[in-house]
Design a protein around this ligand. Structure first.
Ligand code: PSU
Ligand code: MN
Length: 303
């Protein structure tokens, strides 16, 4: 095996105890230092409080680490030049023994290799606005189409084309579930005006769907979309304005490909004077809680 699973995670998995995977692109390309590190450690604490073992995944000197320790997370948060690693980048970064931050796609791949079924993050990548011209569709969506991991997120940011993202997921057979909502949440806001396929109202319901899919051998992920708490959510008009401005700046600066998402995230933080970052952090905490509960239900013995 080319991956390193930390002892705590190994033990929990062997004992059939709940483990939740966490990504590292959100740390090194999604949030500024030092709040990225603080957030990553707090997410782990929330999971531990739920009785769940966290496994933050990142690539260190070419080795995918399933469950980085606090020091490694700290280094991930401040080190310059860590590559953003999606599926296509993985063999290169590993062979060349580099550091790499795992996207949703790569975290799913590595979590699945380690035997982890639930993964918590903020937002997934999707079909970008203007993809009809640029073909910019995140590899996260193909990973959801093929890899058996349940991803808990707060929907997708309106930097993306949300209706096309849902169409794409439908085509590739990915169940999109709303957690206590009928609508796809739009990351900073609870609503998008778009319906999800199904609403679920408890971690138990999520677990029973995951188990049924597993029993039927229907490969691919499940997307659970959990809206940001009301009190932390952002004014939709205000955030839309910030997103429009960020998109214009990206075009002006000629930003393309894998740079697009990190650029837009940083711009939105800048434009909102950091307030979008507060919302971003809160929604990740909220997802950790729900994802932890789902992981626990999955491990619970059937009555
Ligand atoms: N969306 C967010 N925050 C993030 C990301 C997406 O709201 O941090 C990160 C995730 O790691 C995701 C990646 O997998 O960006 C998608 O990048 P791309 O669009 O280049 O596939
Ligand atoms: Mn892209």
């Amino acid at each position: 095996m080319h991956i390193r699973v930390n002892e705590k995670v190994k033990k929990a998995l062997a004992a059939g105890k709940p483990v939740v995977a966490l990504e590292s692109t959100i740390i090194s390309h999604g949030m500024p230092y030092p709040r990225n590190v603080k957030t990553a450690l707090e997410v782990e604490r929330i999971l531990e409080d739920e009785g769940v073992t966290p496994a933050t995944i990142g690539i260190i000197d070419g080795v995918p680490v399933i469950g980085m320790d606090a020091e490694e997370i700290e280094e991930f948060g401040k080190r310059e030049g860590i590559a953003k690693v999606s599926r296509r980048d993985l063999p290169i970064i590993m062979a060349e023994k580099k550091w790499g931050a795992t996207t949703v796609a790569t975290t799913m791949i590595l979590a699945h290799m380690a035997g982890i079924e639930v993964f918590v993050t903020g937002g997934i990548g999707g079909v970008h606005r203007g993809a009809q011209e640029t073909f910019d569709i995140s590899a996260d969506l193909q990973e959801l189409a093929h890899t058996n991991v349940t991803v808990v997120c707060a929907g997708a940011k309106a930097i993306l084309d949300l209706p096309l993202t849902l169409e794409y997921l439908e085509t590739f057979g990915v169940p999109v579930l709303g957690y206590k909502t009928d609508e796809l949440p739009a990351f900073y806001t609870r609503t998008s005006g778009l319906k999800v396929d199904y609403r679920i109202d408890s971690p138990k319901e999520a677990a029973s769907i995951i188990k049924m899919k597993r029993a039927m051998k229907l490969d691919g992920g499940i997307l659970i979309t959990n809206p940001i708490p009301e009190e932390d959510s952002y004014d939709p008009k205000e955030i839309d304005k910030a997103i429009e401005e960020a998109l214009k700046d990206a075009e002006k600066d000629g930003i393309k490909g894998k740079e697009t998402t990190p650029y837009l995230l940083a711009k939105i933080t800048e434009i909102t004077g950091g307030r979008s970052l507060d919302a971003n952090i809160k929604l990740v905490y909220n997802n950790a809680k729900v994802g932890g509960q789902i992981a626990k239900e999955l491990c619970a013995k059937d009555e």
